[in-house]
Ligand binder design. Structure first.
Ligand SMILES: [Zn+2]
Length: 121
């Protein structure tokens, strides 16, 4: 279950932002999931919920969007959206391609509740 590993690094990134902004609470995390990573959204949500327990990110909503696979053909330079099970260039039929999208897990946005100024001494 590699969702656990992904959830761990997501949580670390979010908690770093929390410290940076001195936030009290994490409300929502928007994450782009590259299709190549084969993440099961439900598993990621569960893993994140378990890991964030007891942290300021507990109860945060995960907004997951899937990024389609993008590829550029090394032979004819055509850019196209590829399929996970078939990368071949639709123009020339070569499988000599560079993946340019759909391979990353990116935090797009995080909604934080920031402590009101003056509340801390
Ligand atoms: Zn091509």
């Amino acid at each position: 279950m590699h969702e656990m590993t992904i959830a761990t690094s997501l949580l670390e990134e979010v908690l770093a932002l929390v410290r940076q902004h001195k936030a009290r609470r994490v409300r929502e995390i928007e994450v782009e999931l590259g299709v190549m990573r084969l993440v099961v959204p439900e598993s990621l949500e569960t893993a994140f919920a378990v890991l964030s327990e007891g942290t300021v990110a507990e109860g945060a909503r995960l907004k997951l969007t899937e990024t389609p696979l993008r590829a550029v053909c090394n032979q004819c330079q055509k850019e196209y959206s590829a399929r996970v099970d078939d990368f071949r260039c639709p123009a020339c039929g070569q499988a000599d391609v560079r993946i340019t999208g759909g391979n990353d897990i990116i935090i797009k946005a995080v909604a934080l509740d920031v402590a009101e100024s003056g509340s801390c001494g």
